[in-house]
Design a protein. Structure first.
Length: 260
């Protein structure tokens, strides 16, 4: 009798243990499923954020392309036609009048050249075809012609990225940096260094202006539209960017990204 009781107790204990194990297994399975679900949601959100960022950049690039084409095809052609009219008028004027016409024609020609350069700067196909180095060189040559700022530029002679997108993204980042320097910094010198070591690109942009006053506790620039655009482009390049101040004064933008 005692033996039957002990056997019954053992069976009951085993049954309870099995039930507990099954409940634990169900709980763990449910928890694992929730973890996987949450992970999938996070991955999906990250992909959506990336796709939204890419879409925004594509819309912006498309808008700039259209603007560049309009400038070239419409405004540019109008200026060419104006120059042709001036050339025809030149034959009907006396020598005193021709001097004034020549000055006006030179001004129109300068405007046409500026329109053509601006059209190239806005056109992403042109930048991806010629590369970041060519685009940056043209940008800094134009700035140098103003005589308002010294330039210290160090870019490898044969620089060419494996991804055409990186050519465009980096050009847009440097373009934004130069624009900010011109508009806000009051700088006298721009410094730009680009280095490629083991397929890792390091870009340092600096100026000697008044620097950024709106910084967080870590010394990084608090985001505005331009800074946000730079960060989004760096993210699409799978890179890291920091935007802050340099010593003793001025701004410093550091960017690293893989050349792939």
């Amino acid at each position: 009798m005692d033996f039957d009781l002990e056997l019954s107790l053992i069976v009951i204990a085993i049954f309870i243990l099995i039930v507990v194990l099954l409940m634990l297994n169900l709980m763990l399975t449910g928890r694992n499923r929730k973890i996987r679900h949450d992970s999938e949601i996070l991955q999906l959100n990250a992909r959506l954020d990336s796709e939204v960022s890419i879409a925004k950049m594509e819309v912006a690039e498309s808008t700039m392309n259209e603007l560049g084409r309009d400038l070239h095809d419409d405004v540019g052609q109008q200026l060419v036609f104006t120059i042709m009219q001036m050339n025809a008028l030149d034959k009907k004027l006396n020598e005193n009048e021709k001097g004034a016409l020549l000055e006006a024609r030179n001004s129109v020609q300068a405007a046409l050249n500026s329109i053509r350069n601006l059209s190239k700067n806005l056109n992403k196909e042109y930048i991806s075809l010629t590369g970041f180095k060519e685009g940056a060189t043209r940008l800094f040559e134009k700035l140098s012609m103003t005589g308002t700022m010294a330039l210290r530029i160090d870019i490898p002679e044969q620089l060419k990225f494996k991804s055409p997108s990186n050519e465009i993204f980096l050009y847009r980042i440097i373009q934004e940096c130069v624009s900010n320097t011109i508009k806000y910094a009051g700088a006298s010198t721009i410094f730009l260094t680009v280095k490629v070591i083991d397929d890792i690109v390091t870009v340092i942009y600096e100026d000697d202006g008044q620097g950024i006053s709106n910084l967080d506790s870590s010394g990084n620039a608090i985001s505005g539209i331009g800074i946000n655009n730079m960060k989004k482009r760096a993210e699409l390049m799978k890179g890291d960017i920091s935007i802050g101040n340099r010593e003793p004064h001025g701004i410093k933008v550091s960017l690293t990204f893989p050349d792939k």
